[in-house]
Design a binder for this molecule. Structure first.
Ligand code: PBG
Length: 357
């Protein structure tokens, strides 16, 4: 070894009297050798190392349809969101499809006169929801249509099931839901989303669809849907809130305290034949989303519900939050927590911005 060759102190034994070099050397696996900021230093590295990305393929747009003349009627507690007439909805669906949004989730605003204790209107072949499905399918065949199967838009008491002596009936309600599902399938719906959180829905609806020749119709289970106060603006939008009054849905929707139970709910729905799972609401339930995706590996969607939309929008309108950036941050949060897609009322706005780049 020549004099000019340098040997790193760590590679030779310490000379006598020399302090232990190991102690003086920078610790391995730690700062200051390791600096995570290096990968964040420039926009181009940040792009290269980004673990998740939001794309238009992740978006499902929930929309409201009403039977009024007004093409677009604003919803007070959901600024920027409208109840559409069928022609206006067809136009909106066309715009969503042009932006690349894969699917809509369709919710009908049923006139009070058509609501009844048993929600019979739900099963009528020519009801508002089914007419809207047909109109969209005809004009914009490429966009997927997801529809709830649940009675709450149709019942005069605002509950999702049949009511007798103050109790919500589980099994009797399934019969009605199967008929509702068949009517929607007949109208051309692509995905049935049983949303009442009662027992035994998925298997029975799957059988009813299969028996009638609708094997191709998918089932998106609202597998873990919580009894949440975040649904308030949605209930304003479809008018089920006033029907429900002081009532709540705690005998069928889940207790926000429970996570383990969400896994049991999902396990049952997976076994009964669900094609996809949904967690709802979104932001306060990211832990549930993560656990469900980890446990089952099924396509798993998060629903950023009406109250989440309203909350973000209200703060943005006051200038307290940056409305665009905050929404994208929340959607990326869903992706990070395992969501394959997100139902969000902001879908159209986000798709427009993604397109603009
Ligand atoms: C109906 C249904 C609800 C929502 C979707 N489907 C409301 C409820 O369960 O009361 C809420 C969606 C939202 O708040 O955006 N079962």
């Amino acid at each position: 070894m020549t004099k000019t060759q340098r040997v790193h102190p760590l590679q030779r034994p310490a000379a006598r009297g020399e302090p232990a070099v190991a102690a003086a050397a920078p610790p391995t696996g730690q700062y200051p050798r390791i600096r995570l900021r290096r990968n964040r230093a420039d926009a181009w590295t940040r792009r290269l190392v980004a673990e998740r990305r939001l794309s238009v393929d992740d978006l499902i747009w929930p929309v409201f349809v009403h039977d009024e003349a007004a093409a677009r009627e604003p919803i007070g507690s959901m600024p920027g969101i409208f109840r559409h007439s069928i022609p206006a909805l067809v136009e909106a669906a066309g715009e969503a499809a042009a932006l690349g949004i894969p699917a809509l989730a369709l919710f009908p605003v049923v006139p009070a006169a058509l609501k009844s204790p048993a929600g019979d209107e739900a099963c009528r072949a020519d009801n508002l929801c089914n007419r809207a499905i047909r109109a969209i399918k005809q004009a914009v065949p490429g966009i997927g249509i997801i529809c709830d199967v649940a009675l709450d838009p149709y019942t005069s008491h605002g509950h999702d099931g049949l009511l007798r002596d103050g109790r919500i009936l589980n099994d009797e309600t399934i019969e009605v839901l199967c008929r509702q599902a068949l009517a929607e399938a007949e109208a051309g719906v692509d995905v049935i989303a049983p949303s009442d959180m009662m027992d035994g829905r998925i298997g029975r609806i799957r059988d009813a669809l299969d028996t009638a020749g609708y094997q191709h119709v998918r089932i998106l289970s609202y597998a873990a849907k919580y009894a949440s106060y975040f649904y308030g603006p949605f209930r304003d939008a479809i008018g089920s809130g006033s029907s429900l009054g002081q009532g709540d849905k705690r005998t069928y929707q889940m207790d926000p305290a429970n996570g383990e139970e969400a896994l049991r709910e999902c396990a049952l729905d997976v076994a009964e034949g669900a094609d996809m799972l949904m967690i709802k609401p979104g932001m306060p339930y990211l832990d549930v989303l993560w656990r469900v995706k980890e446990a089952f590996g099924l396509p798993t969607f998060a629903y950023q519900v009406s109250g989440e939309y309203a909350m973000l929008k209200a703060a943005a309108e006051r200038g307290w939050l940056d409305g665009e950036r905050i929404v994208e941050e929340t959607l990326l949060g869903f992706k990070r927590a395992g969501a394959d897609a997100i139902l969000t009322y902001s879908a159209l706005d986000v798709a427009r911005r993604l397109k603009a780049g």
